[in-house]
Design a protein around this ligand. Sequence first.
Ligand SMILES: Cc1cc2nc3c(=O)[nH]c(=O)nc-3n(C[C@H](O)[C@H](O)[C@H](O)COP(=O)(O)OP(=O)(O)OC[C@H]3O[C@@H](n4cnc5c(N)ncnc54)[C@H](O)[C@@H]3O)c2cc1C
Length: 388
Amino acid sequence: MAERADVVIIGGGVIGTSVAFHLAKLGMRDLLLLERSHLAAGSTGRSVGIVETTYGTDVNVAMAKIGYEELRRFPEVTGETADFHPRRYVESVDDPKHVWYLEKAREIGTRFGLHQRIVDPREILEVFPEIRVDDMAAGMITEEAGFCDPHSVAAGYAAAAKRLGARIRTNAPVERVLVERGEVAGVRVAGEDVRAPVVVNAAGPWCNELNRPLGFEVPVDLWQRQIFVTTPHPEIPADRPLFIDVTGRFYFRQELDGGFVLGLVEDAAARDLANPETDWGFKAKAVEAAVHRVPKLAETSIANGWSGVVTFTPDQLPVMGPVREVKGLFLANGMSGYGVMISPAVGTILAELIALGTSKTIDASPLALDRFRGGGTPRGAGLWLSSK
Ligand SMILES: Cc1cc2nc3c(=O)[nH]c(=O)nc-3n(C[C@H](O)[C@H](O)[C@H](O)COP(=O)(O)OP(=O)(O)OC[C@H]3O[C@@H](n4cnc5c(N)ncnc54)[C@H](O)[C@@H]3O)c2cc1C
């Protein structure tokens, strides 16, 4: 007889494991998570782990705040570690025409109870003396931020879900979602059928490999992102704020030893999703951006580098919830470069939609796939002022 489960979750990144844990927490225990490779094998294992709460739409801030609260309290919630380290967060804009964005983010953040202030760039020097501010138009300092270890988050959610009864299976590639009379019937995994009335697609950059045969796709661009890490600078303490320049699309955080983890965002189409190769030619650009912003970094060298794939929707909001084509199929796709920090919210929303039929914690309607249907391209959320 074919194996069965109440819910099959495809993908063992932060999203699939969070969905499994939050479903189990709501009392659904007959869960099977199937991961093709090992946990955190995809984008999750390549992530920088920044957790912050400054966004320009309500639904972003709602998700980010839940993310921050749960990742900060991860051991209490799951019994596991997220290796979370609180840090202040500085966000800057270089162009005066983008100051409205910080004002909007602060207006939303204030309503959500966040501690944020828009500052004259020179005030940033009080919390970050080594940073260059003379070309910033404005900055915002947010208290609710930090960084975590994304691999620990995925492993932690999986371990906690397992303790609550979920089955977590690695080396288990799902070949397709099985559909009978317009309803989910299960999945085919490594040549075997598993029967299930509900399937969650949390396959990250591979999401459309499973969606396409069902007659629809999530609109996503797959971008390859490069990360480089500097050696520590002996005069820069390791507790400096996280930093994102939203106009310049450049960001960094520090490692615990004080080295800077640098991300310069350019949209290069991803080629190899499973093993994206580091583009060492990009190093000079990243170093230039870093030395411009923190001149002392000219006295460090690059110690490490890697790359990974991000899955961006046109409006930089995830796609979550049921789809009209197939009853019983739920999507958790298109995390648009900030899936780790919102993974607690994504898991909560999906678990509520599946177990309760409605998302009571957050209004998930702006996240439905249907927003891309019927013409027009919604824009204006997410990490960056423009994604292209
Ligand atoms: C360089 C870089 C830096 C980043 N920095 C940050 C950051 O600072 N903060 C932040 O919040 N986010 C960051 N992100 C984004 C974040 O990593 C992603 O949004 C998040 O990891 C997405 O998680 P996921 O579970 O949806 O996808 P993934 O982690 O890719 O997981 C999908 C999983 O599904 C599995 N899978 C796929 N197809 C199948 C199948 N058919 N059968 C079984 N299993 C399958 C894959 O093997 C994979 O393990 C960064 C990403 C990159 C690349």
